[in-house]
Design a binder for this molecule. Structure first.
Ligand code: ATP
Ligand code: MG
Length: 230
């Protein structure tokens, strides 16, 4: 018999309260979630429902008030800060709602950064970064600094930076929020291609129904719980 697959991402009984008062609102209320290689999940929900909070907790960028997060079956609470960073680099790509590019580095060097952190030589890392920038339609802006790019262009740099390492899971928080429909489709198609060809598990927070419905699973976050919609 085959061994059951290990979830790439899993959270178990996660509670999140931003306020330490015991009766403060539970943004995430005993939430359970798992995601396997090759799956794609869209997370939808009203503004303020906790979508970014959930993504940050799944990505180990914020800590739950209670409950646990696992990457490939490993409880991430055992990692110290350095190991957490290393494991995140090895496992995850993250596209933030607000892009977090390094302002003093060019588009190419921003995208090359996660490869450099893996110890890949500069020339090779830059070449791979430039291939990804071309994929998201930015071949003409590779040397620009983030401050010289439009909002949508910055977001595309952030997507390239998240995909360049070919992560096991991609967590993307409104990655197409600032893009016109055509560019949004292009960027989403690239994520979906990685999902289908390499099995990169995809968690996509989006307000766009047209994109959500292209994911295998659509979940709505409401009152701290995830409810399947399809
Ligand atoms: N650092 C924080 N401290 C206190 N409250 C916070 C903090 N971050 C978020 N919140 C609150 O938690 C709730 C969930 O926020 P979150 O950013 O996860 O929502 P969201 O679903 O991503 O919303 P949007 O669609 O607007 O991006 C909101 O009420 C927000 O005000
Ligand atoms: Mg958000």
């Amino acid at each position: 018999m085959n061994k059951p697959a290990t979830a790439v991402l899993r959270c178990s009984n996660v509670i999140k309260q931003y306020d330490s008062e015991p009766d403060s609102p539970r943004i995430l209320d005993d939430l359970n979630f798992e995601l396997f290689a090759g799956q794609s999940v869209a997370i939808v929900g009203a503004s303020g429902s906790g979508k970014s909070t959930l993504l940050h907790i799944l990505g180990g960028l914020d800590q739950p008030s209670a409950g646990e997060v696992f990457w490939n079956g490993e409880n991430i609470s055992v990692f110290n800060e350095a190991d957490l960073g290393l494991q995140r680099n090895l496992n995850l790509g993250f596209v933030y709602q607000f892009h977090h590019l390094l302002p003093e580095f060019s588009a190419t060097d921003n995208v090359a950064m996660p490869l450099r952190l893996r110890g890949i030589a500069k020339a090779k890392a830059r070449a791979q970064a430039q291939a990804w920038l071309a994929t998201v339609g930015l071949e003409h802006r590779m040397n620009a600094l983030p401050g010289q790019l439009s909002g949508g262009e910055r977001q595309r740099v952030a997507v390239a930076r998240a995909l360049v390492t070919e992560p096991k899971a991609l967590l993307a928080d409104e990655p197409t929020g600032n893009l016109d429909t055509h560019t949004a489709d292009l960027v989403f198609a690239e994520m979906k291609r990685m999902n289908q060809t390499l099995g990169v598990a995809l968690v996509l927070v989006t307000h766009a129904n047209s994109l959500a419905e292209k994911c295998d699973i659509v979940m709505r976050l409401h009152e701290g719980r995830l409810i399947r919609e399809n």
